[in-house]
Design a protein around this ligand. Structure first.
Ligand code: FES
Length: 140
């Protein structure tokens, strides 16, 4: 008769060694989550946009950027991503930016006018573009 020697399997989950191994096992998960968040952040950052000097007053959309030119001539820019679940903002109605997915609306200064979004739009940097007389908008 063949006998197989068995070791008693005792694994105390509360031991410091077991806890250390447990935390070690979570490292790849944490790394994956961090990487995904970084990728999403990069994806949400629009490509640089050149805004011509004759951009109209009020709200307009240009690529992945929402532009607002005030009566004072100042240009403000926001990422055209809804802060609710990230849908691309593609419509302007009644002087507000409207999300096509669940109907959030945003004021021209990026604040939430109507939910379900609760956070304002992400502002983008606007710099003068000397060669064209317009502006460059980027997410940096
Ligand atoms: Fe815009 Fe939900 S993603 S309202």
């Amino acid at each position: 008769m063949i006998q197989i020697a068995t070791m008693p399997l005792s694994f105390d989950r509360r031991s410091p060694r077991a806890q250390f191994i447990g935390w070690l096992a979570l490292l790849p998960l944490g790394w994956a989550a961090t990487t995904m968040l970084q990728l999403l952040r990069v994806r949400d950052r629009p490509a640089p946009v050149l805004v011509p000097p004759d951009v109209p007053l009020g709200l307009s959309l240009r690529g992945d950027v929402v532009l607002h030119r005030g009566d004072d001539g100042l240009v403000r820019a926001f990422a055209a991503r809804c802060t609710h679940l990230g849908c691309r903002l593609d419509r302007i109605a009644g002087g507000q930016i409207v999300c096509p997915c669940h109907g959030s609306r945003f004021f021209p200064d990026g604040r939430v006018a109507a939910g379900p979004a609760t956070r304002p739009l992400s502002g983008l940097r606007v710099r003068p573009h000397a060669a064209s007389g317009g502006w460059t908008v980027d997410g940096d």
